[in-house]
Design a protein around this ligand. Structure first.
Ligand code: UGA
Ligand code: MN
Length: 341
């Protein structure tokens, strides 16, 4: 979740509760899940022959993990998803719900997801416009709401739900741990905020409290990556919700499924292991490189390379804008036409 200092959070609270112009935001904070679904592409068959040295059929009895990944267009998006995909490729019986925070479908992402062979659903789930202006914005909420709606529409009462952001680091043992979830599993998340850790305090095999530097009145002061929920449990709660309330998404989601502390199943050797890390990737604006259009043809690799980068949202070549591309040989840069003509 977003760590907000109390001082930072309160002005935001004031904005959403006092300004009439933000009435629509206030009204939608707690609105029931009823998201329009925009499915871009999906696949239910698993195209992997072997997973972890065993044929796929060896895993047929395992409950499916629904791994929900909110993601959004920025230059790091495709590399983040590739890295995550190569983790998930090791995980049997997994359906990857990739919910992209943009209006339309990204065909490049369709192609990528299709290529991995993991069963997946790719949807477009843009953050409603009114929230984009709010600081801090409710990141990944529209996406997770869409995924919850998808699970609801499929009447799934079997399997396990996990919210796995696109930039975290997942230990493969996490997946075997959460697969056993009866109701709600919890476990520590590394690299969260001031303590570099957030998670349950466990005594005699029971969760008795929480260690997290940002409490702010939260009954469940845990990170989004710090819990998993069984769908047989969740399906008993028709009011499951994740409101657009930055910092409180986890807490309000877990409240919406009626969680009680004694029900929590501590995982990872009674929460002594760290199986997921809240790594963060530096975020930069996509690059513009000045490289004349007339050289973006088959005479060199550069045309194809920059067309690919543009589809990935990483960089683009321009005739007129951006940093002039330096092309060199033997330590000496020359004009573009010297190499490309
Ligand atoms: C922390 C928590 O780990 C997230 O689970 C929580 O959603 C987030 O705070 C929050 O409450 O804002 P953090 O690393 O601070 O995560 O946030 P990001 O990784 O930037 O965003 C969380 C997820 O939402 C990511 O998967 C990201 O791809 C996605 N996101 C982010 C969007 O879909 N749209 C955005 O505009 C920004
Ligand atoms: Mn993150």
């Amino acid at each position: 979740m977003t760590r907000l200092t109390t001082a930072y959070y309160h002005p935001f609270q004031a904005t959403i509760t006092s300004k009439r112009t933000h009435g629509s935001i206030r009204n939608t904070i707690g609105i029931a899940l009823n998201e329009p679904l925009h499915i871009c592409s999906e696949r239910y068959e698993d195209h992997r022959l072997y997973i972890d040295d065993k044929p796929r059929s060896a895993y047929a009895q395992l409950p499916v993990i629904y791994f929900v990944t909110p993601t959004y267009p920025r230059r790091e998006q495709i590399p983040e998803l590739i890295r995550l995909a190569y983790t998930l490729l090791h995980v049997p019986r997994l359906h990857w719900l990739v919910a992209n925070d943009r209006e339309g479908c990204d065909n490049f992402l369709d192609m990528q997801l299709n290529g991995f062979g993991i069963p997946y659903t790719h949807m477009a789930s843009p953050m409603p416009r009114e929230y984009r202006k709010v600081k801090p914005a409710p990141r990944g909420v529209a996406n997770r709401r869409a995924a919850l709606q998808w699970l609801h529409q499929h009447n799934l009462t079997n399997g396990i739900l996990y919210f796995g952001d696109d930039d975290n680091t997942y230990d493969l043992r996490l997946f075997s741990e959460i697969r056993q979830t009866q109701r709600v599993s919890m476990f520590p998340v590394g690299l969260i905020a001031e303590y570099a850790i957030s998670g349950p305090v466990v005594r005699d095999g029971k969760v008795v409290a929480f260690l997290d530097s940002w409490v702010a009145g939260r009954r469940w002061p845990v990170d989004m990556a710090g819990f998993a929920v069984s769908l047989s449990y969740m399906s008993q709660y028709p009011n499951v919700n994740m409101p657009y309330k930055p910092g409180y998404e986890e807490d309000l989601f877990l409240r919406s499924i009626g969680l009680r502390i004694e029900q929590i199943e501590p995982r990872g050797k009674n929460c002594t292991e760290i199986l997921v890390w809240h790594t963060q990737t530096k975020n930069k604006k996509s690059a513009v490189v000045r490289l004349e259009n007339r050289f973006m043809d088959e005479r060199s690799n550069l045309g194809a390379l920059f067309r690919l980068l543009e589809r990935m949202g990483v960089a683009r070549a321009s005739d007129t804008e951006g940093l002039l591309a330096t092309i060199s040989k033997n330590g000496k840069s020359k004009t573009h036409s010297y190499f490309l003509n």
